[in-house]
Design a protein around this ligand. Structure first.
Ligand code: SF4
Ligand code: SF4
Length: 113
């Protein structure tokens, strides 16, 4: 979800990963209401519709049949976010190299340095 800059020796590379954007089909990547408001203001109602029911009464990003977020994958990388500049708060706050990041990578069969 973070998809931040190039990796350092100590941190995994988001552009060869995308594991945190492939969390399954149950709306686990939550979208706070403020994101929906922000996207409406930007004229991106399409984003407000690309959701599914999530936990805690919120909505989450809609997922493709393979469980990946519908916004994952660009012409440049299958692991990059199409809406990176205006991505969700949950995505923005997710920390590359954190224990959750490493857990996602481990579950995806990637190294978990
Ligand atoms: S919006 Fe982008 S960063 Fe967030 S889960 Fe989807 S693909 Fe990942
Ligand atoms: S799991 Fe970690 S390394 Fe992989 S895309 Fe997400 S933040 Fe980046």
């Amino acid at each position: 979800m973070s998809h931040t800059d190039a990796a350092t020796d100590d941190e995994p590379d988001c552009l060869t990963c995308g594991a945190c954007c492939r969390t399954g089909h149950d709306g686990r990547i939550l979208i706070p209401d403020e994101d929906l408001v922000r996207w409406r203001r930007l004229g991106r109602e399409d984003l407000t519709r690309a959701v599914q029911p999530g936990h805690f009464g919120l909505v989450g990003f809609a997922t493709r049949p393979d469980g990946a977020c519908v916004h994952l994958g660009t012409d440049h990388s299958p692991h990059a976010c199409q809406i990176y500049e205006i991505r969700g708060t949950t995505c923005r706050e997710f920390e590359r190299g954190s224990w959750q990041c490493r857990e996602f990578r481990r579950e995806a069969g990637l190294d978990a340095r």
